[in-house]
Design a binder for this molecule. Structure first.
Ligand SMILES: [Zn+2]
Length: 185
């Protein structure tokens, strides 16, 4: 059963927005963050795909084209963040230091040093069949392109275990033959 999101987002006080070498602006740790620590909690409101599509279409028609920040939460529900929250500035990495621990929460996947950019793997929160993003994260595990079908990659399923948004955990459980209990990192 999915909890309702909080109305607004929350970001760990030791996180700041800075220009990023990955893309545009990113989130950075201004102090060490220990593995397991909650770093970002997304809030906003849940909408169905037809409602989200209307929002996106009407934003695209406005002269200033406001950016709608959204993630898939379940197969039918999307979370729309309040505008201008820094949480959405977290960049993608194919070897992220954050991962999903709940429908709305990103936590540190390992100990993070002061000054490190905070990243998550967009493949763990995107199921859109038309989503396709070239990646220049420069990690040794870089896939070169991130797509809405990355949840089908056995290597990623093994690496991330249960650390996907619920929409993708649903898909994975439905499309995976029961595998050995090898959910180690
Ligand atoms: Zn990459």
């Amino acid at each position: 059963m999915l909890d309702n999101p909080e109305p607004d987002c929350w970001l760990h006080p030791d996180v700041e927005v800075r220009p990023s070498s990955i893309a545009g602006e990113g989130l950075f740790a201004r102090a060490p963050i220990a593995a397991g620590m909650v770093v970002s909690r997304l809030g906003g409101h849940l909408v169905t795909w037809p409602v989200l599509k209307d929002l996106l279409d009407s934003a695209a028609r406005q002269p200033d084209r406001p950016y709608i920040d959204t993630i898939a939460v379940t197969e039918t529900l999307h979370l729309v963040l309040p505008p201008g929250r820094p949480n959405g500035k977290g960049n993608h990495s194919c070897e992220p230091n954050l991962w999903w621990v709940d429908a709305y929460i990103l936590a540190a996947r390992r100990d993070i040093k002061r000054g490190e950019e905070l990243t998550n793997d967009y493949g763990t929160s995107t199921a859109g069949s038309d989503f396709r993003m070239p990646c220049r994260c420069r990690s040794a595990l870089c896939r070169g392109v991130v797509t809405g079908g990355d949840w089908q990659l056995a290597e990623l399923r093994r690496r991330y275990g249960m650390h996907w948004v619920p929409a993708l955990l649903e898909l994975i459980s439905r499309h995976e033959p029961p595998c050995q209990t090898d959910h180690h990192r």
